[in-house]
Design a protein around this ligand. Structure first.
Ligand code: SF4
Length: 496
């Protein structure tokens, strides 16, 4: 096996979501192995320069060219890696192939499994991935045994929070040969995986293809996520020859294009994106009529890690954004709570609430809720792995109104409960400004949307409004009385 780190030598890693050519040219002057790695998921620390010697790594955050010159000089002088005044030091096994835990915000929480290589290994480098045990070609029985304990991750996954195994069995029992789609559209945790650890994702996807008898894997992401698309293409080109062909397709930026059946429409080149009615689901009739497994990049990365480690590593990727100094993506054990995710970021102002579960997530003030799917669902929150923080100067009604208006404008229009429901819901929220707060009408409308919309878009679109009533009833009522407690809403007459 090849290792990118020799125990004797010194390695300088430069981690950044964006290319850092200035830093790279400085580092190449050093008498060291210099590698450009992807983002670790914490942009506030980037450019993050890591200097590894033996079993120690020095971390230099937000590193400037001048600072890196000092580091390079120090390395050239053969000085101890601590001499260049790092922000933190981590101790680890010599030749470590994954990011060690280090006392830096965002990198000091959770436990990295799917994200182990992110920010540490060169994203598309075969030798790095192989050194970390990648390109594992587990036999079909092992893959099927492993998937028996795995559930989906994210609304872009045909299984969402449900176990994968029954869906795979349907695809395997179909008359036509199945195919596999990696849905990395929209969700920043999926695009982080594609940008920083794409070979991990491909390991999971190709294992799935082998297990169900598929001969192709198609990676799908929004064209606007250029880095993810480009890195996935490079990784697909570098992937060792196998019986499974890998292709990458860029889709439109629109939010609904992440819905699994609309993702298939986009991949097939249809400009009018509408959800397909289920049943039959894509596992029976999917891409070009073939049985199709559509799972997110997260789901496939978790599968790859389980296959390699031989154990169920129950973690979830969570991205925290909103009223914070910079967003961060962390990987948390499912036994952890939302407060651990929030610990990864610096808040702008006082915490008021979190919208948990993506654009149509639920509002909560309670950060003691577990990050596992069943705890989040029981608390009326979403499981999309996205947490948006609302500071104390945020108006809940304005926030929920904008989410609902977005849903009204963005839905595909195929079914009445979502198409008409989101428009009516936006109207009911707007009526609050005129003194008409009809909470039971809102709740009843959301119930109908949840129960009869064709796809998850409509099922979830009313959740921000529903949870706002449950958590912020007094604030909504105050608006009906002409008062915005957060002092951020325009006067009622200005609200359209
Ligand atoms: S729920 Fe909304 S997005 Fe989904 S099919 Fe119905 S109208 Fe389209």
């Amino acid at each position: 096996m090849t290792s990118i780190i020799s125990a004797e030598g010194t390695t300088i890693r430069i981690s950044s979501a964006a290319p850092a050519p200035d830093l790279l040219s400085v580092a190449r002057d050093a008498d060291a192995n210099v590698v450009e790695v992807g983002s670790a998921g914490v942009p506030a620390l980037e450019p993050l320069v890591m200097v590894t010697s033996g079993g120690e790594t020095a971390f230099h955050t937000d590193c400037s060219t001048a600072e890196l010159e000092t580091i390079v000089e120090s390395v050239a002088d053969g000085a101890d890696i601590r001499a260049a005044d790092p922000d933190a030091i981590a101790e680890h096994e010599p030749g470590a192939t994954g990011m060690p835990t280090v006392d830096l915000p965002g990198l000091d929480v959770g436990s990295r499994h799917a994200l182990r290589g992110a920010g540490w290994r060169r994203p598309t480098d075969r030798a790095d991935h192989e050194a970390a045990g990648g390109f594992e070609t587990a036999d079909v029985t092992t893959v099927l045994d492993t998937v028996a304990t795995l559930s989906g991750r994210g609304w872009g996954d045909i299984c969402q929070d449900d176990p994968l195994a029954p869906t795979w069995e349907t695809a395997m029992d179909a008359d036509r040969a199945p195919t596999v789609v990696v849905n990395a559209h929209g969700n920043p945790t999926d695009t982080l995986l594609l940008s920083s650890a794409p070979l991990e994702v491909l390991d999971g996807a190709t294992a799935a293809a082998r297990a169900v008898g598929a001969d192709s894997v198609l990676v799908y992401a929004a064209g606007a996520d250029e880095l993810a698309v480009e890195t996935a293409r490079e990784a697909a080109g570098n992937y060792p020859d196998s019986a499974v062909g890998i292709d990458v397709v860029a889709g439109p930026a629109t939010h609904r294009a992440a819905e699994p059946t609309m993702a298939l429409e986009a991949i097939e080149g249809n400009h009018r994106l509408e959800a397909r009615i289920r049943p039959p689901g894509p596992e029976s009739v999917g891409l070009h009529g073939r049985p199709t497994l559509v799972h997110t990049a997260r789901t496939f990365a978790h599968l790859a890690v389980r296959l390699r480690d031989g154990e169920a590593t129950d973690t979830r990727l969570v991205r925290v954004a909103g009223d914070v100094s910079a967003p961060a993506t962390v990987e948390l054990p499912e036994s952890d709570t939302l407060s651990s995710a929030v610990d990864a970021v610096a808040l702008d102002g006082e915490f008021k609430a979190a919208c948990v579960g993506g654009r149509f997530g639920g509002l909560t003030r309670d950060l003691s809720i577990g990050v596992d799917a069943s705890s989040l669902t029981a608390a009326n929150l979403g499981t999309e792995g996205l947490v948006q923080i609302l500071g104390d100067d945020r108006c809940v009604l304005e926030f929920v109104g904008k989410r609902t208006q977005f849903a009204a404008g963005e839905n595909c229009g195929r079914c009445v409960p979502c198409r008409e429901g989101t428009t009516q819901l936006a109207g009911l929220l707007r009526d609050i400004y005129d003194g008409d707060y009809a909470s039971s009408d809102i709740e009843e409308l959301v119930r109908v949307m949840e129960g009869s919309s064709i796809c998850a878009f409509g099922v979830e679109a009313g959740r921000p409004a529903k949870t706002a009533i449950a958590e912020f009833e007094a604030e909504l009522r105050a608006h009906a009385d002409g008062n915005c407690p957060a002092n951020s809403c325009p006067a009622p007459a200005e609200v359209t």
